[in-house]
Design a protein around this ligand. Structure first.
Ligand code: TA6
Length: 298
């Protein structure tokens, strides 16, 4: 495991003896690269204009969304003055260390742990969300999979509500050949169609324009990405019941200053596991754990 760089652009890189690798920026504990097949296949999409200097949330990789998903609610919740998608993805996390492990098949894996607690927040974030918490985020690299799991601990004297999501940008070859399976019959909010409620009627979700859907309370835990008829990724949820499917398409891709090149909407799709439909309540002293295992099937 190497730690490269210093200051706000420092990142942790871990490699397996067989060449697979993962890179994590301390900024946002954002995974920016995950390579399988001996390190020859990059599985995540990262914008060529992604800010990697801590100046803004990373456009690509796996941003960590906490304690709110999307624009903060206007009133009611304590989170109303937080930035879109909360502060976790724009905070500086601490590298807590690494541990080597052997998975069931006896093959190597390496686990990297990152921490963020309320005392390390900026003044602004602390003011927006004045609750005592501690996050530990674990990134585990195995030969064919990447597991990313968060542990949320309520260290205060009162219960609090939060949302959590892993904003994963998967790299694909050609969006016109992608089908997303495992969502048949699931209710979703369509944010492109004025946040109206729908039910997934086809067994595959195809992307032929801007898609921004929050699938809620999905019965089975795996969402599959098939490319050109061949299985490409399995995204397996752990204790998270929702999944967002997003592709900005042509206009929105062009409109994002840090999304480059413009036509790269053809080479990415966001499959974002989370607990975002409603709020998770965490009593004082309690811990919530949730995350994903992404399997690269190429
Ligand atoms: O996850 C989908 C989404 O909520 C979209 O609505 C879009 O806003 C996207 O996240 C990116 O948000 P960001 O704040 O990273 O530009």
């Amino acid at each position: 495991v190497d730690i490269e760089g210093t200051g706000s652009s420092s990142k942790v890189i871990a490699r397996l003896p067989s060449g697979e690798s993962v890179e994590v920026l301390l900024f946002g504990a954002t995974v920016t690269s995950w390579k399988s097949n001996g390190g020859t296949t990059e599985n995540l999409w990262l914008s060529e204009k992604a800010a990697l200097d801590g100046s803004k949330a990373v456009r690509g990789g796996i941003p960590v969304v906490f304690p709110v998903f999307g624009p903060p609610p206007k009133s009611g919740h304590v989170t109303s003055s937080l930035p879109q998608h909360g502060f976790a993805r724009t905070s500086r996390w601490e590298f807590l260390g690494k541990s080597a492990a052997e998975d069931a098949a006896g093959s190597n894996s390496v686990k990297l742990d990152f921490g963020l607690s309320s005392s390390e927040l900026t003044e602004e974030a602390r003011k927006a969300w004045p609750l005592d918490f501690a996050l530990v985020y674990s990134v585990t690299l195995s030969k064919e999979s990447l597991m990313t799991v968060v542990n949320v601990r309520n260290e205060g004297q009162q219960s609090f509500e939060f949302q959590f999501l892993l904003h994963t940008y998967l790299r694909i070859q050609d969006i016109s050949k992608v089908a997303i399976n495992g969502l048949l019959g699931v209710a979703y909010t369509d944010k492109v169609l004025n946040a109206t409620e729908h039910k997934q009627s086809d067994s595959s979700v195809k992307i032929t324009g801007e898609v921004d859907r929050v699938y809620a309370s999905i019965p089975q835990d795996t969402t599959s990405v098939v490319e050109d008829g061949k299985p490409r990724f399995d995204v397996v949820r752990d204790n998270l019941k929702d999944t967002v499917v997003w592709n900005p398409w042509i206009e929105k891709a062009k409109a994002m200053g840090d999304f480059a090149p413009d036509e790269d909407y053809k080479h990415m799709v966001c499959v974002e596991v989370g607990a975002v439909n409603g709020w998770q309540t965490l009593d004082k002293g309690d811990v919530f754990e949730g995350g994903q295992t992404i399997k690269s099937l190429l």
